[in-house]
Each structure stands twice: as C-alpha cells, then as structure tokens.
Design a protein around this ligand. Structure first.
Ligand code: NDP
Length: 489
C-alpha cells in the first residue's frame, strides 16, 4: 500500500439521485479529519430535494422491475457490484481515507474488502425468504408472503462510512427495495461513489440514492417523509430518539436503530491475560475507539488487575498516529475538533470526580489533525462520567471485582447494552455470564467481529432496536402479507 496525495483524489461533491449527480442546496464546508483542511463544499438537501429523491426511488421501483424481476437477477447484479468494488478497492479506499478517520492501509484491505464481501452475503438472500405456507384447514390455503416495502431510508454515522452504508443498502436491495441514504455530513463522499458503482454494475438508476446534508435538515426531512416506508438509522442514542419521534409523527413506519454503547470487558482471574490484553487493547485502538462496540469499561478480578493493566500499558504505549493518506499510519485521528474536545471534557470531568489517570489523558501533539492518547482511568465509580457516558475515543476505565456476582453486576450498564467481552478458561462461568449479560453481542475470549456476516449485530436497552447484518437484516427489509384462499371444491 502506497501513500497518496490528498489533493489527487477526485470525487462527486453532491447528491446522487436517479443515477445523476445533483448539486442542489445551500453549501457547507467539509474538512479532512487528518489535517482539518476544508477540502470540499457539501450541498444540504432540503425537504424538496429529499422529496425528489424519494419520488425518483419510487419511480425506479415501479419502472425498473427491481422488485418483480427474478430474484436471482437481483443477486447477480449485486454480485457484479461487489466485483466492481473489489476492482476499485484502491480508489474507494483512498476516498474513504481522504474524508474519514480510516487509515489507507485499513480502508483498502479491511473496509472496502468487507463491503464487497458483505454485499455478496446479502445478495445470496434475494431468493431465500419468500414466505411460508401456514397450517390451516385442508379446504383452505394459508400463506404468509414476504414483500419488499418499496422505498426505504437510511441514515449513517461518520465512523465507518462505507461499511455502515453497505450494511444498510445490502439487505434493502437484496429484498427488492430502493433506498435513499443520508451519510454523515462529516464523511459524505465515499457513499456516493458506492452508489455510482451500483449503477455501473447494472443496478437500475434510482434504486440507490444518496442525499447529502445535515442531520437537522436532511436527516429530519428523510425521517419524516411519508414515502419512506421503513427507516434504518445508525448513530447516537440521542439522535436515535429524535429519528424515532420524527418517524412516528409523520405516519407509522418501522425504525431500526443501531445506537451507542458502553461495552464491558469482563476479565476473570483464570483468563489468558495476554490474550485478554491483546483483545482489549485492539478494541480500544481500532479507529481510536470511535466504534460503537468499543469495549470501553474494563472490569477485572482483583488478583490479576495489576498484571493486566501492566500488559495493557505496554500494548497501548506504541501507537502510530498520522494522516490517513500515509500507509504507515495505524492510529486514527479523531473525527473533528468538537469531538476531540468532548473526549477531553469527559476525561477532565472524571478526574474532577476523583478518578486517577493511569495512562494518557490528553491530546497527542505535533499533528495537523486531532489525536488523543490511549487513556486508562482508574479509581472510578458507577457514576463517574467516563464510566457512564459513551466517549467514542481511546479511553478505557478500570474497575475491579472480587467475585462473579460483583463482576456481573458491574458489567451491567444502566443505559447501554450493545456488546460485551468475557475472558475466562472456565466454560461454565463463561456461559453463566453469557446468559446474564444484557447485550446484543457477547464475545468470549475474543473481542471483534469477523467476516461472518451471518452473525447479526444490534443492541439491547438504549443501544437499539433490530439488527444489522445476518438474516435478520434482510427480514427487516421485508413485510409480510397474510393470504387465505378457500379451496373447497
Ligand atoms: P449522530 O447520532 O450524531 O449522527 C448519526 C447520523 O444521524 C448522521 O448522519 C447525522 O447527520 C444524523 N442526524 C443527526 N441529527 C439528526 C436528526 N435530528 N434527524 C435525523 N438524522 C440526524 O452520531 P455520530 O455520527 O456522531 O456517530 C457516532 C454515534 O453513532 C455513536 O454514538 C455510536 O455509538 C453510534 N454508532 C452506533 C453503531 C451501532 O451499530 N450501534 C455503529 C456506529 C456508530 P450529521 O452527521 O450530518 O449531523
């Protein structure tokens, strides 16, 4: 993987509606996270532009036969799309690295590769979920028929722009829907390229549309649009509540919400400490902690706490920050100056509440972008800001426990339930913990997703409703019609 010059990357700085680049709307500047240089202007889609996108999508569903054509044709088109993405991995990776926090080396071989494979996974469901025949009287035939919604909407966050878009559009299109997607205003352009490649691969124009803009204007207009039959959102819990409310106020529509987390890393004294340290450090360093599933609360059994913290310190002490367009960069910038200030404010507030900064606790200086030190915080309580609030940065709190019951009680967060990690060699203890933990994903002796897209992801409690990935994501893009036929002679 080679370095690239940020100025060398070309992109379409607008909406993508009905297969055409459109530039309507008041414009706002967009900055590169790596050096905070404004590199483009983004049009903000107002209600009229969102309306145009939804109408174009509805027309495309009607005229192109996307939903009514043989499902395997849809699958083939999606596979061609995946092949094209792979063939353009370098180009897409550069675009992703340019505008987001994803270092080029990870963007090309990680993010883009997994987007292509994920779309292949979803394409395979196109002809698998037709419905079922119900057990009715023999003089009747009862059927439950799966049907696409028509036009569905999606709103995605800034932390993994291409991956998040693919998790939304893949199942929606495989099920036969058209989509209107709004990316974050902070990372808007790679999603447009993804949509252009869909058309190049033979997916009809208008089936995948991208509207650009702010959450308050464009996101709100999309959530409220009566032509959006179903909405899928990934972002913070606070915005998820606003989206759900807006969707309900404008006519009832199902809403899938992938929201925030404050996931525990529960380490028992019998665990393989080296392995636990590798997993916990890996989760903290990935995208500099800007991941919904970041395992940001270490809960460790007292006898091994010191040894584990020492192992973590050594793993966290040598990061390679730098611009995302340098191949040697391994540690991501923080997405924006306000987000870096927010991380620091939570660390400062925690210190004022009596917490002890064991490691880090401040900016990494000497870079054009905002970088934050991997940070360990001890002497915390359940009400310490860093334990309670989602930070979305490389910050890990440390709490110790004496027995299993206390560990499990500490692991349970009052608000969030997205993911959890358990480290133990005792199978029974691990399985007891799996049962008890209130989380949508529980990892045992590991902490990360794999390319097993069959495993869904989503939260318990205020971490969300519904799932991305897996069969469930496709099912959520289908609605079910009950049919009862009298077949008595
Ligand atoms: P936000 O909630 O701020 O934004 C998410 C998206 O919603 C963005 O596109 C944003 O637009 C848009 N938005 C903002 N306000 C509104 C509104 N009133 N109506 C409609 N849309 C709106 O989250 P971030 O982008 O800051 O992402 C970080 C958050 O996402 C974290 O809390 C993280 O945990 C969560 N997340 C959850 C994941 C999961 O799977 N559970 C995965 C990844 C992230 P704009 O950016 O233009 O303002």
């Amino acid at each position: 993987m080679a370095d690239f010059a940020p100025e060398s990357v070309a992109f379409a700085a607008g909406h993508y509606i009905g297969g055409a680049n459109v530039g309507d709307g008041e414009r706002i500047p967009v900055a590169r996270p790596s050096d905070r240089v404004d590199y483009a202007e983004l049009p903000v889609a107002d209600a009229a532009t969102v309306d145009r996108a939804v109408n174009d999508a509805a027309r495309a569903v009607r005229d192109s036969g996307w939903a009514s054509r043989p499902p395997r044709e849809r699958a083939r088109a999606m596979r061609r799309w995946a092949d094209l993405i792979e063939a353009r991995a370098e180009e897409l990776g550069r675009l992703e690295a340019l505008g987001s926090t994803r270092p080029i080396a990870q963007a090309v071989t990680g993010d883009v590769a997994s987007v292509a494979e994920g779309l292949r996974f979803f394409s395979e469901w196109a002809d698998k979920l037709g419905g079922e025949v119900a057990a009715t009287r023999t003089d009747q035939l009862g059927m439950i028929v799966s049907e696409p919604y028509g036009v569905v909407g999606a709103i995605t966050p800034w932390n993994f722009p291409l991956s998040m878009a693919s998790w939304k559009v893949g199942p929606a299109l495989a099920a036969g829907n058209a989509m209107v997607l709004k990316p974050s205003e902070l990372t808007p352009f790679s999603t447009v390229r993804l949509a252009q490649l869909a058309v190049e691969a033979g997916i009809p124009a208008g089936i995948f549309n991208v509207v650009q803009g702010t959450g308050a204007v464009t996101g709100d207009a999309l959530s409220r649009h009566p032509g959006i039959a179903k909405l899928s959102f990934t972002g913070s819990t606070r915005t998820g509540i606003a989206v759900m409310k807006a969707a309900a106020e404008s006519g009832i529509k199902p809403v899938t919400l992938e929201l925030g987390g404050k996931s525990p890393q529960l380490v028992f004294a019998d665990a393989d400490l080296d392995k636990a340290a590798a997993c916990i450090a890996g989760s903290l360093l990935a995208n500099a902690g800007q991941a919904c599933v970041a395992g940001s609360r270490l809960i460790v059994q007292a006898p091994v706490a010191e040894a584990l913290v020492a192992a973590l310190r050594s793993r966290l002490s040598s990061v390679t920050p730098g611009p995302t367009w340098k191949a040697a960069t391994g540690f991501a910038p923080i997405i924006s100056e306000p987000q870096a200030r927010r991380i620091d404010a939570i660390v400062t507030r925690s210190r004022e509440q009596g917490a002890e900064i064991v490691m880090g606790g401040g900016r990494i200086e000497g870079h054009h972008g905002a970088f934050y030190q991997p940070t360990l915080i001890g002497n915390v309580r359940a009400d310490t800001a860093a334990v309670r609030e989602e930070i979305f940065g490389p910050v890990l709190t440390i709490q110790t426990f004496v027995d299993e019951e206390e560990g499990l009680a500490l692991a349970d967060h009052p608000e969030y339930g997205l993911a959890a990690g358990i480290y133990t060699r005792d199978l029974g203890r691990g399985l007891r913990a799996v049962r008890r933990l209130q989380a949508g994903t529980v990892w045992v002796n590991r902490y990360s997703r794999t390319l097993d897209f069959i495993l869904p992801t989503g939260g318990y409690k205020s971490s969300g409703i519904g799932k991305d990935l897996g069969r469930q994501a496709v099912e959520q893009n289908l609605r079910h019609k009950t049919v009862l036929i009298d077949i008595a002679g």
